[in-house]
Design a protein around this ligand. Structure first.
Ligand code: HEC
Length: 162
């Protein structure tokens, strides 16, 4: 073997070795990325709904969701009326749609969960208070009262599901 051939062979061998080595480390990176991202993906997919279930039957479910959608309409209506400074109507909507009417109290009691009932009753009582505050025609105080009531929406949704 000539010296030239020996050098050529050594160089080729080194090049092949180097390219394999660098491929290997590239693969390692990909593997590492996969290992890092997959548990996170699993976590996102497997996040459980650990809220308390009320165990409602189909009819109760429909009825409750309808009631809830009307709560949302009521909140939107109150915000709009306050922006137009129509305090009388806003106060009326706050009581009739969200306040402690007999219908609302019966509805809260009908699901057979005391904690849920108490939260519902406290929510309706806060709407009674909001209705009174709106009558004073103080926009800032009215918005604060609406925020207090809406906090019950948030709290109950965080704790209960159908
Ligand atoms: C005492 C508990 C409680 C309060 C207070 C409450 N909700 Fe709900 N709401 C629920 C439950 C339980 C569900 C069903 C959620 C589920 O199963 O994921 C629900 C569902 C809803 C839905 C979904 C309706 C649909 O058709 O899918 C809306 C909208 C909603 N609530 C709006 C409101 C608003 C707005 C307020 C406050 C003004 C409010 N809720 C206050 C318990 C409550």
């Amino acid at each position: 073997m000539s010296t030239f051939r020996l050098i050529f062979a050594t160089l080729t061998f080194s090049l092949i070795f180097l390219s394999c080595a660098s491929n290997e480390s590239a693969n390692e990176n990909v593997l590492q990325e996969q290992q890092e991202s997959s548990p996170m993906k699993e976590k996102m997919q497997m996040q459980e709904d650990d809220r308390i279930s009320l165990g409602l039957n189909d009819m109760q479910k429909q009825h409750q969701l309808k009631n809830m959608r009307s709560h949302l309409v009521a909140v939107q209506t109150i915000v709009e009326l306050l922006s137009k400074e129509n305090y009388d109507l806003a106060s009326k909507v706050a009581y009739t749609e969200l306040g402690s009417t007999t219908e609302m109290k019966l509805m809260c009691a009908s699901f057979g969960n005391e904690q849920f009932e108490n939260m519902g009753l406290a929510f309706h009582a806060s709407a009674d208070k909001m209705s009174e505050i709106i009558k004073t025609k103080d926009k800032k105080a009215s918005l604060e009262a609406l925020s207090v009531t809406m906090n019950y929406c948030v709290q109950c949704h965080a704790n209960f599901r159908q």
